[in-house]
Write a protein that binds this ligand. Structure first.
Ligand code: C5P
Length: 220
């Protein structure tokens, strides 16, 4: 009898895009489908973990046995994540969080004023959820294993290594281009303190299971 790789462990996953409102009708978002994060949540659950999935606006069913918290904005995603990570052993940040949000959110729909002039939107930087969690006491003590993702258009290895160090995390997963938004398969680069390893092209669920295996092996 082999115990499941993550039996007794608690995992928090962020997934999908965020939506940053401009007014009650409109907002800024991106094309993240959430598929990779949902696959990781499913794979973690299959491996015996207790899983919380913090999901931005996506149209995906919740994997069986996974506790899902739906959010819209980056700040809501941060709050839901910070509520869940104090009990967690593993945090996997797959969400494509908007880097900026509009400075202000109008209470009512912004209307054309007849002048022919377009409104101006200015932006404020959003919190970096992964960085915030990675800098927490428990993460720095090694009690919370943090995993980040990187999608880059060029020089993936260089950017992925730099990103891992900047975020101060033990493991970073690079999505090997072209951008995989919405697709069912992916190809990954695993970057850790030892170096770089490739997981060949496969379905997101297959890769998620391999990634969970890699994470389980690295736990203290
Ligand atoms: O810095 P960059 O956005 O390229 O890093 C990507 C990684 O950081 C992903 O794991 C993403 O989920 C996470 N991230 C985050 N909060 C942000 C921006 C990125 O958690 N505001």
């Amino acid at each position: 009898f082999q115990p499941k790789a993550l039996a007794g462990k608690r995992v928090v996953v962020t997934a999908g895009p965020t939506f940053e409102a401009l007014d009650p009708i409109r907002g800024i978002t991106n094309h993240s489908s959430g598929k990779m994060g949902f696959a990781i949540a499913r794979a973690a659950r299959e491996a015996g973990a207790d899983v919380t999935l913090v999901a931005g606006p996506v149209s995906l069913g919740t994997p069986r046995g996974v506790a899902r918290v739906d959010v819209k904005s980056a700040r809501q995603m941060l709050d839901a994540t910070l509520a869940a990570v104090p009990a967690a052993d593993i945090f996997v940040a797959t969400a494509a969080v908007a880097d900026w949000r509009p400075d202000t959110q109008a209470d009512q729909k912004i209307k054309k004023d007849g002048s022919g002039r377009a409104p101006t939107v200015s932006f404020t930087e959003n919190p970096d959820i992964l960085l915030t969690v990675a800098q927490s006491e428990r993460a720095r003590q090694g009690a919370l294993f943090c995993v980040g993702f990187a999608a880059e258009s060029h020089d993936l290895v260089t950017h992925a290594k730099a990103k891992r160090e900047r975020k101060g995390i033990p493991l970073l997963v690079g999505n090997i281009g072209p951008l995989t938004f919405g697709q069912d398969d992916n190809q990954m680069l695993l970057v850790d303190a030892q170096g770089v390893r490739e997981l060949p092209r496969a379905s997101k669920l297959t890769l998620a299971r391999q990634l969970i295996h890699e994470i389980a092996q690295r736990l203290p």
